[in-house]
Structures are given as C-alpha cells and as structure tokens.
Ligand binder design. Structure first.
Ligand SMILES: *Cc1c(COP(=O)(O)O)cnc(C)c1O
Length: 386
C-alpha cells in the first residue's frame, strides 16, 4: 500500500499489504523468496534498481523493510540477521572513544556484546536505571553519541519515558535508540515519541511463530539510514531471504495476534497477583506496577510478557518445570506460551552480583504469554503453583 493519499491506510491494512505488491512477472500475490546471491546486470556496473549483490540488497528483504517502515511511521526499515546484529550496526557507526549510555536491565545479550566485545574496541559504556530520565542526564558526557533504552525491559518490565529520554539525548547531541521488542509496533511507536531509531528483535512478536532469528531497525533520517546500510553491507549481517519471507508473513497477522497477547497477558498477571504463592508480579498493565501511568500514556497495550517473583529459587524452578502448556524455553513473543528463569537462562551471562542488585534473582520467573485459550493457561499455572 504505497498510496498515501487522502485516506492513509491504518495499521491492520498496512500489516497485511505494505511491502508486498503482487510480483510483476506472474502476478503471484505473495512475493517470491528471492533465493539468489547475485543479479545479472544489463551492462557493466549497471545493476537493475541497485540489485548487484545480495549482501547489499534482496527484494524479499526490501519488502520486509518497507512493511516495518510503514508500521512504525518511519521512512527507512533495515533488516538484519538478528536483533543483536541490528543493535551492533547502530553502534558500529561510532568510533573508539565514543560513549554510549545504556539501560542497565537490557536483554542479557546486549550487555554481553557491549562489555565483552565492543568495549574492547575502545567504545565506552555507562549502564543506568532509565526509569528515572535524570539518571540518563547525569550519565551524559561530551563524547556521548548514543542513548540506548529498552522499554518494557527484560525481564523486570521497567518502563522508560521515551519522550523524556529523547529530549535528554538530543540536548547532548546524541541519538536515542529504543529497543521496542517487548511492545511490538502494535503497542508502541517510539519514532512518534521522539526516538531516532526503533529497534526490534523480529525473532519475537514481529515474526511471532518462533521459527526465525532476525532483527530490524526503523528510522527517519536519510543520512543515518545511509550510514547503517554502509555498516550492514560492510559487516554482512543480512537476513537470509527465507527468514525475511517468514517474517513478512508473520507480520501480516501482527494486529490479530497482539490483542490476544495483550488480553491473555493481563488475565495471567491478574491471576498471579491474586495468588498466595506469588510475592510480586511485574506487568505494566497492572495498577500495582509503579509506572502504570507512564505505560498507559506511551503504550496502547501491554503485551504478553509477565514476570513473577516467587521469592525462592526452588519454587521458581518447580513452577518452570511443572507447567505443561507453558513450555520451558528461552525467547518470547511466539503464539505458544513459554516460561523461563532469567537468572539461570537469558541473563546467566550477567554477573551474579549485578543480577541480584537489579532484582533478577533465582526466584524470578518470566512468562511469555501466548495466544492459547486463556483458561487453559491459568489452569496450567494454577496446577503448577500448587
Ligand atoms: C531477543 C532480544 C534481543 C536480541 O535479539 P536476537 O534476535 O535474539 O539477536 C534484543 N532485545 C530484546 C528485548 C530481546 O528480547
């Protein structure tokens, strides 16, 4: 749907149609998986529409990028082989000596990449609690080039005020990147709130079926897009065309899946909050969440990610192993429900003292609530808790 005339298409229409016009040669209604490494050129150094080599450009991937740009209200989508590769490409635009301010409770792999890989190349990092935007301001330095927030965070479901973070980043001449993976574009629109880059691990809600690894960035600035394309073609972390195609297909039902994730997530959170075996529930849609008001202002739904503190490692472990519908696995955002113990799984690479200080204890269990019948999900948790 590339016609932005009087009646601009709405989210669900864009999810179904954007980036996938019928294939011109045959009229195939679904775009082909362009499984090719290179393209025949009509003359020397005259590729058709810029298609010269598939590390640079692939039509299936371009369709995915157009769809994501349309859904996030951006002008550029750039797809990657993973969420971490997408983040890395934004950071690789920087130079040794540049400084990045990052939320302290990000996805565990982000902290591992920043401290274990990129810090060795001379980039500097500060990790702060971005629930309070003033902490970002305090951490800013003259060489700060990027502020990286994640909202909601993994697994403590903290919320960062995107508008406030953008203002502080911009005052310091830095960019704001928002990892919006837990929200999906259906529930949160970072660019409209002032972010420069909206980032997703498309492995999660976007693809939605737990069958690919992928990442995507959406942005508005032409020069920034050119710089990131330069990093991607130079470093090579492009998605395979089959994965891009699966993601394109997954996103076609994003607006149908997300309302069920939102409803089921809230119902599960309410059930757990009322359960005597549970010490604390982390879910932005609950009135008891300390940042519920902010979440209500900047999100239109709260997704299916719920964390629960049982206050005891053994009970956390038995909840994670005794559920039957919720399956014990890392990752999130797929149609089927998953359960995990972050301290021992996704965040095992975060040093124990740092983890515990944050509240990622071995008693914390993370649920990715899927789109099954919610009565079965609640019954499953009930039997596992008792
Ligand atoms: C999974 C995830 C990532 C990393 O994405 P991959 O696709 O696994 O590389 C980054 N941020 C968040 C919030 C995630 O959940």
């Amino acid at each position: 749907m590339t016609n932005p005339s009087q009646n601009a298409p709405r989210f669900g229409t864009l999810a179904v149609h954007a980036g996938q016009d019928p294939e011109p040669t045959t009229g195939a209604i679904i775009p082909p998986i362009f499984q090719t490494s290179t393209y025949v050129q009509p003359d020397v150094a005259e590729p058709k529409q810029g298609y010269d080599y598939a590390r640079v450009k692939n039509p299936t991937t371009v369709g995915l990028e157009q769809k994501m740009a349309a859904l996030e209200g951006g002008t550029h989508g750039i797809a990657f082989s993973s969420g971490l590769a997408a983040i890395e490409a934004v950071v690789k635009r920087l130079s040794a000596g540049d400084h990045i301010v990052c939320e302290e409770n990000t996805y565990g792999g982000v902290i591992r990449m920043y401290t274990g890989v990129l810090a060795k190349l001379g980039l500097e990092f500060s990790f702060v609690d971005t629930r309070d935007p003033e902490r970002i301001r305090d951490a800013m330095r003259p060489n700060t080039r990027l502020v990286h927030v994640e909202t909601p965070t993994n697994p403590l479901i903290r919320i960062c005020d995107i508008r406030a973070a953008a203002d502080i980043a911009h005052e310091g001449d830095a960019l704001l990147m928002v990892d919006s993976t837990f929200a999906s574009p259906f529930n949160q629109q970072p660019l409209a709130l002032g972010a420069d880059v909206s980032m997703h691990s498309s492995t999660k809600y976007l693809n939605g079926h737990s069958d690919i690894i992928g990442g995507v960035l959406v942005l508005n600035d032409d020069q920034l897009a050119e710089d990131i394309h330069f990093v991607r073609k130079s470093s090579g972390a492009v998605p395979g065309p089959m994965d891009a195609w699966l993601c394109l297909r997954g996103i076609r039902t994003l607006h149908v899946r997300m309302p069920v994730h939102n409803e089921n997530g809230l119902a599960v959170a309410r059930f757990l909050e009322a359960h005597s075996a549970v010490e604390r529930v982390f879910y932005p849609g609950l009135e008891s969440h300390p940042q519920h008001g902010l979440a209500a202002r900047q999100m239109s739904g709260y997704s299916g990610m719920v964390s629960v503190d049982l206050g005891d490692p053994a009970r956390a472990r038995s909840l994670a192993t005794d559920t039957r519908v919720f399956q014990l696995a890392e990752s999130l955002g797929g149609v089927q429900s998953l359960i995990s113990v972050p301290a021992l799984q996704t965040h095992a690479s975060v040093p124990k003292d740092v983890r515990e200080a944050l509240g990622i204890t071995e008693g914390l269990v993370r649920l990715s609530v899927g789109i099954e019948d919610v009565k079965d999900l609640i019954q499953d948790l009930d039997q596992a808790l008792s």
